[in-house]
Design a protein around this ligand. Sequence first.
Ligand code: SF4
Length: 429
Amino acid sequence: MNVQSSDRVLAHSPAPEPVVIRERGQREVFCGLTAIVWLHRRIQDAFFLIVGSRTCAHLMQSAAGVMIFAEPRFATAIIDDRDLAGLADANEELDRVVNRLLERRPEIKMLFLVGSCPSEVIKLDLSKAAERLSKQFTPDVRILNYSGSGIETTFTQGEDNCLASLVPECPVQSETSPASLLVVGTLADVVEDQFRRLFAEMGIVEVAFLPARTSGDLPALGPNTHFLLAQPFLTETARLLKERGCNHLSAPFPLGEEGTTAWLQAAATAFEISAEVFAQTTEMPRARARRAIAHYRDQLDGKRLFFFPDSQLEPPIARFLAHETGMKLLEVGTPYLNQQLLQPELDLLGNDVILSEGSDVEAQLDRCRQAEPDLVVCGLGLANPLEAEGIATKWSIELVFTPIQGYEQAGDLAELFARPLTRRGKLKV
Ligand code: SF4
């Protein structure tokens, strides 16, 4: 792969490959705490206790909104000035908060202690805290920890860190277990149900999801486990699963008709499902997906698209929009480009696409303005200024809050990009 750093040093390889602009400048991204918003909805008996500052509490409050009718399943144990100054024993205070919480909320079966920038700065060892508290609360409550800190991370890595903390908890698969399929990455319940139905129709019945809806539902792992990633940002989780002997089924991600078909095909191949059965299972939903996407094609075809690096979902989304809606890719930015996990997507994207990895906001803004896109996919921090300049934007965080995977969601995914163009078109009239 050709490498181009932000100061324009080029290293050419003889093979024609896409250009990757590597940037290491200023970043404008949310931190990993944000992932709690969709993780707590998915794991319905888990609680996320952020060990952080008032800033962390405010971020979560505004990202998740205020819950009036339900008891929230996340909270922040505030590290205050006394803790920061080393005047109080933060561990004692944490134990007190956890005891109070678990006494009051007996329905909690899994508690995540979520690290933040402040807890990392004062070097509060949350893995030790989780170990200590586990002794007290096992078997009623499983207590784990992971980092959601914004130091050197992007918001989707919060999910990767959370799922990585679950892998060691998964039991060992017995050697005689039949081959099983594990789908890794948070999906909406409705999407899980659709995929389960498709796998069952193909004849794949030993299927588990990580994370599952309930925290105790942890899959057994071993060499008979084949896993498919449903999200492209699960680098650490995938590494740990491979360490446990599981077999990664490399595939494009299940976005749009093309991606979903290729993703399902990877499972079908591993489980030796015949081409005929696969075609029978997928024919109707594929046609439905094509029809739903076609509805938005007129609005999207030929529109010029620029991605700022934000969610790591950018390459598969770009592939979907270019192949299935006719949008033109100007630049596809991503915070990290895990070539191993993304190779099937990069193969589909082809060599003409310009990829950028990492951030240098000012340089990217210059390139974006120069390219004159019709639509920019970016984080919330850049969206308002770009809108003020007359450029239509799509918030990339919506791509993790909205069910977009699978055939039945392909039309909704296209609509997410058509909507801001329609709105901007109306504003111009
Ligand atoms: S974890 Fe760090 S970046 Fe995230 S809200 Fe707290 S202080 Fe801010």
